[in-house]
Each structure stands twice: as structure tokens, then as C-alpha cells.
Ligand binder design. Sequence first.
Ligand code: CP3
Length: 348
Amino acid sequence: MTDAGTTQREASRFLAVLDGAAVSPPPIWLMRQAGRYLPEYRAVRAEAGGFLDLCFDPARAARVTLQPIERFGFDAAILFSDILVIPHAMGRSVRFAEGEGPRLEPIDAEGIEALEVEGVVARLASVLETVERVRGSLPASTALIGFCGAPFTVATYMIAGRGTPDQAPARLLAARQPERFAMLIDRLVEASIDYLVAQLDAGADAVQIFDSWAGVLAPPSFRRWSEEPIARIVAGVRARKPGARIIGFPKGIDRAVAPFAAATGVNAVGVDWTVPLRAVRDELGGRCALQGNLDPMLLVAGGPALEAAIDDILEAMAGARFIFNLGHGIVPETPIAHVEQLIRRVRG
Ligand code: CP3
């Protein structure tokens, strides 16, 4: 570790938790913290053109990454990008229809075989430039989180061509043609390793793997299609970047957090609001940090309900390795005053 790295690590409360410490008050950042609930984001978004244009514009993407840090002073910034830049870089058509979410050309058997893994990092050079710019502008005490989607979640969008409520198209392909599905997952594992290593090389201090749809899988399928590919990504990244700090976010896995932590070796597990923090904390016994898990709707609602929920989380996690976050992304309807209220309450 270089001197600069040591100094930075000591200064960041967020990285201290990933490295094994319990920090009080806990560090805080919010999933989707750069987004439409911020007027300054909407302004940059409007001048950028399409959403992907913004993701591939290093100057603007760096600006929106920094906006929530400047406004709220979160302990970590998260790279402004999207999990679907990977299928885009693998040669698939991806677009974001205004107000409708992502649209991809649904992938078939030939499409899976034609996926390009080599060259993914080169095609994401502009995102890596964003990482460099952001790390260069952030205070040393603010960590920078890079990310990718977990193979299963990315595959669900590639197969259905859009978001669906229960990921039936991906579950059907996995059930009907497990070898074909495995080929898609394997390619995504390889591309994700290359991409996360490149983000760490460009200056990310930690990376998060978003498995937003892990919860739709039956337990054996969850282990095969979510947990095991994430474990391979963690091992593949650490083989090239020993000690790389990695957060897993397997949304919807209920009580299976400790087995997930053991199987993947992540430094922290992000949990949604349905996960019983106290029970999971006891099961983990400090071997892995927890991150979460306020219901984003409570942040929309505000008031005494929000304060009570924050206090419950702080009480459940007092003295433990914990990073305060939401249980999923902040929604556009969230009042900025409620985010301020949250931060004040967490920081006491
Ligand atoms: O957290 C951050 O601030 C960093 C940026 C980030 C975005 N997407 C920006 C974004 C991150 C980490 C993501 C991850 C992502 N993208 C996930 C995993 C996390 C999750 O939310 O479950 C998923 C499933 C996607 C795919 C995706 N991107 C969807 C389904 C949508 C449409 C839904 C929506 O909110 O509009 C997006 C678009 C998107 N990604 C927006 C932002 C800020 C909104 C687009 C806009 O500004 O018009």
C-alpha cells in the first residue's frame, strides 16, 4: 500500500467499515443518490440529451456524481453510470426511452454466442475517465464506489429486453436451456471482472455488485445463478487486485445474508428493508459488514415515521460494522428536506 493509499484509507470512515471496523456514527450514502430527486441533476440531464449520452460524457457524469456530495456531504460517492453499459459494450442495443426505463433488443441463442467480452473495457473508456475525474475532485475522506450489475440481474434485462415484475423470461430460459443461460452468465462474469478491475485501477476505492433481482430465484437457482457467479467475480477481481473491497447487494434474499457473505467473500452485504437486521447481525458475527436498509418510501413520507425507522436501524446496528443506506434506490419523489433530516439524525 502506498502512503497516499494509507492516508486515504485512514481518513475514510466508509472504508474503515469495509476493512473491519465498527464506526460510530455509521458512514452514510444512498443508492441512486445522484438522480432525478435533485434539481441540479435534472438540469445536467436536460442538457446532456439521452441518459446513455450522460453516462458516456465524462465531464457531465463526473459533475452529477459529485452533486450529492457537495449538497449533503455523504461519506461515499457512487460513480454515475448504469448496470446496462455492460450489455451495450458487449455489442447489444440498449436505449432508455423517456419515462419508460431501459429497452434492449431481447437476446437469443445466436446473440449469446456472439457476445463480445474482449474490448469491453476499451469500449467503456469514457466511464473510466469519469472515475479518474471524480477521484481527482473528491476530498480524501470521501470514498468513491464503482459498480456493476450482477450477472443474473443484467441477464434479466438482456433476455426480456426491459424490466419485468418477476423476471419470468429469464427464469424460463434458465429452466429450459440451462447451458445456454450459463453461457450468458459466464460471459457476464468475465466482462464484469475486467470492468471492475478497470474501475479500481482508475481510482475507485470499492465496488458494489447490484443483484436487484436475486430475490425472484428459488434457493438452489439463487445459489447457481446469483451467488456463485458473484463469488467468481469477487475471486476474479481479487486475483488481480488483492484486497479489493467489494460490496454485494443481493436484493430480496431475506435471511440468506450470512450464507451469501460466506459463499462470496464480500466485505459488506447491502440488504433491503425486509431483512431483519438484528438477526442477520448476530448470524454474521462481525465477519462481514452490513449496509442498508431504510425503506425508500419512509424517506418519501418523512416525519415521525421516518425518525422512528432511522432510530430502529441505528439501535439494531449500534457497535456493529455498519453503513447506513436505503434498502433500494432513492425515488424521484423524495423531498430533499427528508434527505437532510435523515443525515442529521444518523450523524446525531
Ligand atoms: O446510485 C447512483 O447514484 C449511481 C448511478 C446508478 C444508476 N443506475 C443511474 C440511473 C446506478 C448504481 C444504477 C444501477 C442500476 N441500473 C440498477 C441496479 C440498482 C437498482 O436500482 O435496482 C438497475 C436495475 C439499473 C437499470 C435501470 N437504469 C433501470 C431499471 C432504470 C429505469 C428506472 C428509473 O429509475 O428510471 C435506469 C435508469 C437510471 N439509472 C436513472 C438513473 C439516475 C434514471 C434515468 C434518468 O435520469 O432519466
